[in-house]
Design a protein around this ligand. Sequence first.
Ligand code: MV4
Length: 480
Amino acid sequence: MKKILIANRGEIAIRVMTTAHKMGIKTVAIYSTVDRNAPHVKFANEAVCIGEAPSNQSYLLGSKIIEVAKQLDVDAIHPGYGFLSENADFAEEVEKNDIIFIGPKSKAIKVMGSKLAAKEAVKAYDIPMVPGIDEAITDVDKAKKIATEIGFPILIKASAGGGGKGMRVVEEEKDLESQMNRAISEATSAFGDGSVFIEKYVASPRHIEIQVMADSHGNVIHLFERECSVQRRHQKVVEEAPSAVLSPELRAKMGEAAVKVAKACDYLGAGTVEFLLDENHNFYFLEMNTRLQVEHPVTELITGIDLVELQIKVARGEKLSVQQEDLKIKGHALELRIYAEDPMNDFLPSVGYLETYKIPVGKGIRVDNGFEEGMDIPIYYDPMLAKLITYGATREEAIQLMIKAINNYDIKGVQTTLPFGKFVFEHEAFKSGNFDTHFVKKHFTTEIIQSATKEEAKIAALLAMKQYIEDQKTVRIPTL
Ligand code: MV4
């Protein structure tokens, strides 16, 4: 593998290129017209403009991207996350053109893209699943019967959904019919597939996911868990590894289950198996993400493993060089996603001109970044600017480093999730490790960060006043 094309932009494109360069592999960037001066374009060895700003005219143009790859003699395509990363047809098309897709085979992508097909695939592997049905349901009477059996509240999910899209909680039988009809019509219009199914609603779960890696020789390992319970409206904001609540026994059990899920779909490359963990520490398989995830760095820090390097190696057909027994968790890592969003204004995108952009540096601080000072943030794409990651010997140390790093991150021109992150890391519930997926809903109000910001403004004003008074005291030589 001499040259790879990265079918993505922003921090993840740069992240992948960094490892490629380290391995002596040349890189090709693709970009849209608004991204012509973007850092990922400068970072690559070669770069090709593939279209206009909207993603469906650029970063989502699979055939065009493959055409560019062939013209430039590219050996492999890395899709990053988002865009074409979980598009089974794209993966297949890449392979058909004798280019390596750095990721699983299209069949695994397809199976895991459908929640019902995923349940079907893992059925024979003894994986714990939330009580419910594993087939599409349209008959309301049948749904009522099943719901009564498993007990309310229940959750209606869309088979083609994922990441929380198309879910509806039903508290009582009288609401079932209307909610089901709504879920079906919503799923039909959103995904072109109206299949829905029913599960017991787990009221206060933690979201724990396991990183897996598989080679083409039948070896699958897991690289422990990431805790991703701090999210708002299914958008993750803070992630960490390891989780503050898993015992070594539970970790081993969940790891084994994740490996079985990967084996069930003949997996290749990096993947993530999502679980819910209830208050009694029962875990249930939810879904598998067939890509490198945004939050992969926390796993890299606690294992000392470069996941992109492993992805490239197994894509080249190499055997996994690490075995399960070799892996050990060392230290604790935290990640905060820095979005150009306004936490004071319902997290609305706050795109614009990056007037000041200074990144914190230091031991135990890693910033995976895709932006630079003086840039306009395009409105066309995900507004994530960077990921701030800290690593310490203990969770407490990683938290303290994170708070310091947030204070030293200087962004002016747009609003960001930095103050929101500070609120999370300073919160008692987070510090104690005692939180679930309702953390943000339960604890966050705009007033909290508003008063924190006001307090900071007050301190700044007082310091300025003090300096002014000091300046007034200095002896002045009268001008002659
Ligand atoms: C659930 C659940 C409770 N019970 N399933 C949301 C994302 C998608 N992957 C599945 N999700 C959930 N499925 C049952 N049976 C609660 C959630 C859920 C959730 C899961 C992970 C992270 C954040 C979440 C926030 C709300 C609900």
